[in-house]
Design a protein around this ligand. Structure first.
Ligand code: AHR
Length: 496
């Protein structure tokens, strides 16, 4: 008898999983951009036009769909004109949120060249906090306008044809570092900015800054999304509403098993954010499908501080957790249109770490690699019978059952993709996977596991936590899979 049963109905596909759910976020913060992405023309690491080749190769392998830039909090004090033209003429400025000096060597053209090299769509977040609708609209003109103007001539001198940047965010965390607006006040600002952006280029997608609910006791934040949507009644001006969510329990590497479990319990609050945000969007925009963009998410451990540039170690726990979050986004494919892990290199829940020419991939990178096939596939109807443990999600004020296994499945053609996170620290589990109304022809799998959930990769031992192929014996339509404690597994099942 198996511990759990996973039922899949590949003949009952649901929503398409938007590839942008597997997106990234790179801010001018600590060593994310400078050193992490950009080493410049005289950099110590191998590079193309100043961008690290190891980072380009890693993101290309993931088929990274979208990168959000330049922040974060940095975005609401960024003036894009300071980052274009000859580098020696660009000013150095204060990066006020992250207490650094900004050399402005990596600006719009460098970012857009980086995205092209990776094959990702750029997502630019405009400055609402200390900027103006005019500054934002001129940025769009510089990037996208096909007609003749002084700004397009300026772009043509370095970059040539319009870049066609599709995603434009109007401010970041406008309830906090982005200007401390109330929801209704931000709605007025938003409509103001969005009117001019949309008029200049109707093909762009606009992202408004929203907030999560979960653990905030603050009554203003609890009604922010509602207050914003109620006031911003121009549905034509909004395509996505963003929410951010960071998680932390115990230290990054030093945590107890109870803390391992607690963070998976907290994931329930993200689902609650999605439910509440979806309800608001449905109510205020009944005739338009406005997506939810979780355009910052990840683990933020106590050791990541402004003083150390928000650097932290990335363990196997972080990776399994990332897999569970991505499974959740897949299951929410009907509404989640984008998600961006914070942040790409060296900062917070990163995919890769650098030190001069040295480089390694974190365990979380491998989860993104193992989940690649979900991008653009159709979510499959699923039902799970799984053991559960008791959890006390932060801010919910009640206990809930946390499923031991987190699952999502999708289909593209005859290929069924199944990804499973074992959310327990100590329990090896076996699950029967029953595929309804279809027969299996072949099955292959990959496993990400180590003896401890605290295992990390380092410059000295860069492959300590890496995925490996596993053998799968399959019967016609029922397979029994083993899911070791604190592991992440991906299967590719071919149907007859
Ligand atoms: O990712 C670090 C910071 O977290 C971002 O700048 C901000 O948007 C969020 O609060």
């Amino acid at each position: 008898m198996s511990d759990a049963v996973i039922h899949l109905w590949p003949g009952l596909p649901k929503a398409r999983i938007h590839p942008n759910i597997y997106g990234h976020f790179a801010e001018h913060l600590g060593r994310c951009i400078y050193e992490g992405v950009w080493v410049g023309p005289h950099g110590l690491a191998p590079h193309a036009d100043g961008v690290r080749l190891d980072v380009i190769a890693a993101l290309k392998q993931l088929r990274a769909p979208v990168v959000r830039w330049p922040g974060g909090c940095f975005a609401d004090d960024y003036h894009w004109r300071q980052g274009i033209g000859p580098v020696e003429k660009r000013p150095t400025t204060a990066n006020l949120w992250w207490r650094q000096t900004e050399p402005n060597a990596f600006g719009t053209d460098e970012f857009l060249r980086f995205c092209r090299a990776v094959g990702a769509e750029p997502y630019i977040c405009c400055n609402v906090g200390s900027g103006s609708p005019r500054e934002a609209r001129e940025w769009l003109e510089y990037c996208n306008f096909g007609g003749d103007s002084s700004l397009t001539r300026l772009r043509e001198a370095t970059a040539g044809a319009p870049y066609g940047v599709r995603y434009w965010g109007v401010g970041n965390e406008s309830w906090g570092c982005g200007g401390r607006f109330r929801g209704a006040d931000y709605a007025k600002e938003y409509a103001h900015f969005a009117t001019y952006l949309r008029a200049l280029d109707p093909s762009i997608e606009l992202i408004a800054s929203g907030t999560h609910y979960g653990d905030y006791k603050d009554p203003i934040l609890n009604t922010w999304n509602k207050d914003f949507c109620e006031e911003m009644h121009h549905a034509d001006l909004i395509d996505h509403l963003s929410i951010h969510r960071y998680f932390s329990r115990g230290g990054g590497v030093s945590f107890t098993d109870a803390e391992y479990h607690a963070v998976f319990a907290d994931l329930i609050t993200l689902e609650r954010d999605l439910e509440l945000t979806e309800a608001v969007l449905r109510y205020f925009y009944p005739d338009k499908h406005v997506g939810i963009a979780v355009d910052e998410w990840g683990m933020w451990h106590p050791e990541a501080t402004v003083e150390n540039g928000l650097e932290q170690a990335g363990t196997l726990r972080d990776a399994v957790f990332a897999g569970a979050v991505l499974n959740l986004f897949n299951r929410w494919a009907r509404r989640v249109t984008m998600a961006n892990l914070a942040q790409t290199v060296n900062v917070l829940h990163c995919l890769a770490a650098t030190d001069g020419p040295n480089f390694y991939l974190t365990p979380t990178y491998h989860v993104f690699d193992m989940m690649r096939r979900h991008m653009g596939a159709n979510l499959v109807t699923q039902e799970i019978e799984t053991p559960a443990y008791e959890g006390h999600p932060l801010g919910l004020g009640k206990k809930l059952d946390v499923p031991a296994l987190s699952v999502s499945a999708s289909i593209s053609g005859k290929r069924l993709h199944l990804t499973v996170a074992n959310q327990t620290a100590q329990q090896d589990l076996e699950a029967s996977v029953i595929i309804h109304e279809a027969r299996l022809a072949a099955a292959v799998g990959r496993l990400l596991h180590a003896e401890s959930p605290r295992a990390v990769n380092t410059f000295e031992d860069p492959k300590r936590v890496a995925s490996r192929r596993i053998k799968v014996d399959h019967a016609k339509n029922e397979v029994v899979f083993a899911f070791p404690r604190h592991s992440f597994t991906a299967f590719s099942l071919t149907l007859e």
